[in-house]
Design a protein around this ligand. Structure first.
Ligand code: PFF
Length: 474
């Protein structure tokens, strides 16, 4: 248990309350604490920044449909599987895997799932922090009244100037990483969890305001149609892979984060219900972001496929025109930073935990070494946006032709590493882990529901991931 209390990414509040609560009143506070921690990791830049822009790049409705299917058929079962492994193992991801493998007499190699997840965390956080830096700089832009009454063109220019300036990007990337390192080094206090408890609903409310604003434009119908009316001629196989990868990215799956959180979940909480709740919160935020953004794209004659700058070029237009826009805009970007930080914490934590476990390094040192290495790697993303925008390291492969280092980091982690991690987690629970143990952990009541769940993990999830992979390789 000492190890658990030292593991704040899983929420030391939930740790404390879970540990203490197990005897007295476990159900409510712990389930809520878990949902908060897991939603804090899941809801982030993936929902508000990435989902709208990849939807725009992939033609809208058909892509969204595939994404929703991936969440329901693959994401939710894998989240449940990960949480179950964590709860049964009761330790950090690598040690939970080691524990379960040895308990069920399986190969030690299963531990590699944890290792790959850790590497993916490291790579993802390096660019995640740069984007978090964009959000930070937009807090200042908004508070300084830069968007008030500004045209779509001048707002586009603000974003263009930011990307062109490696020093400003470096400054904000550094501020973001310092924030994350500080929090992880100190341990996520219960105050932080309480803050998320308040901030997440505010963010939800603000997104509703933004959707309301989008509804007031003439183009709401166009935006709605773009998101929800599928045109399959626009869907490519790469789009399907992107949708699958994003389902993993947005739910923080395939890397052991949910295992770490699951290790704090009391036995009597329903894993499946909890996984469904977290996934629904996450999906709702993404769809709301899409509904807020696409009407503005069409109302201002912008390109839906504008790429990673999409939200930074659309939402400020709304803030610049609505009453109280400076206030709402500033608040919105602050909340975006908060959402990004809570996800980033869950990315740094596994790295720090590994340093602690393997190397006996203190938490502070681990956070510094891990954080600074990630910060350094992040500089390659910054340079990809300007000085190195023509550097395409894997140009010899047709698929990677125009991809910068930033694009490659994003592609390899979301489209390859996370789905592969998820595939192995599904295989582990579906085929290798003791079936009896799975039944006890899940206790979905009747055998039918359990068999259905196992069927999905055994066949549907692995087949879906494999088909998408193979299709893409061909
Ligand atoms: N789920 C986060 C988001 O949507 O922004 C990103 C993320 C966090 C991915 C933690 C993976 C992870 F382990």
């Amino acid at each position: 248990m000492t190890e658990l209390t030292q593991n704040p990414s899983a929420g030391s509040a939930s740790t404390d309350s879970t540990a203490g609560a197990k005897a007295d009143h476990p159900m409510w506070s712990s389930r809520l604490a878990f949902i908060l921690a897991a939603s804090g990791s899941a809801v982030g830049l993936g929902n508000i920044w990435k989902f709208p822009y990849i939807t725009g790049e992939n033609g809208g409705g058909a892509f969204v449909l595939v994404y929703l299917l991936c969440i329901a058929l693959i994401g939710i079962p894998i989240m449940a599987a990960e949480v179950m492994i964590g709860r049964r193992g009761g330790r950090s991801p690598i040690n939970s895997m080691r524990q379960l493998a040895s308990r069920d007499g399986l190969s030690k190699r299963w531990v590699w799932i944890g290792g790959m997840g850790m590497l993916a965390s490291f790579l993802i956080l390096s660019f995640y922090s740069v984007i978090g830096g964009w959000a930070l700089s937009y807090v200042g832009n908004s508070a300084g009244g830069l968007f008030a009454g500004a045209s779509a063109d001048s707002i586009g220019a603000i974003f263009g100037n930011l990307l062109a300036d490696p020093y400003t990007l470096l400054l904000w990337h550094s501020v973001f990483m310092v924030l994350v390192i500080m929090i992880v080094a100190r341990g996520v206090s219960s105050g932080m969890e309480k803050a998320i408890n308040i901030l997440m609903p505010i963010m939800f409310g603000l997104l509703l305001v933004m959707v309301g604003y989008a509804m007031s434009t003439d183009s709401f119908g166009d935006g709605f149609k773009f998101l929800f009316s599928p045109d399959f001629s626009k869907l490519t196989t790469e789009g399907v892979l992107t949708a699958l990868g994003h389902a993993f990215f947005t739910l923080s799956l395939g890397m052991g984060v949910m295992m770490a959180y699951g290790s704090y979940l009391p036995k009597n909480v329903s894993i499946v219900k909890t996984a469904v709740t977290v996934s629904m919160v996450d999906t709702a935020v993404a769809l709301m972001a899409g509904l807020a953004i696409f009407p503005l794209v069409f109302a201002n004659g912008m390109e839906a496929g504008a790429g990673p700058g999409l939200i930074f070029q659309t939402l400020p237009i709304a803030f610049g025109q609505m009453p109280g826009g400076v206030f709402f805009g500033t608040l919105f970007f602050i909340l975006l930073v908060v959402a990004a930080v809570t996800s980033a914490i869950s990315l740094l934590e596994p790295v720090v935990e590994w340093f602690e476990e393997q190397k006996g390094i203190s938490r502070l040192k681990g956070a510094l070494i891990g954080g600074i290495s990630i910060w350094l790697l992040g500089i390659t993303t910054i340079l990809s946006l300007n000085v190195w925008s023509d550097v395409h390291p894997l140009a010899m492969f047709e698929r990677f032709e125009g991809k910068t280092i930033f694009d490659l980091l994003d592609y390899v982690t979301a489209n390859l590493m996370m789905p592969l991690g998820g595939l192995f987690i599904a295989l582990f629970v579906g085929w290798f882990m003791s079936k009896q143990a799975a039944e006890n952990e899940l206790s979905i009541g009747n055998g039918v529901a359990f068999n259905l769940f196992m069927f999905v993990l055994r066949f549907i999830t692995p087949a879906a991931v494999l088909v998408v992979f193979v299709y893409n390789l061909m």
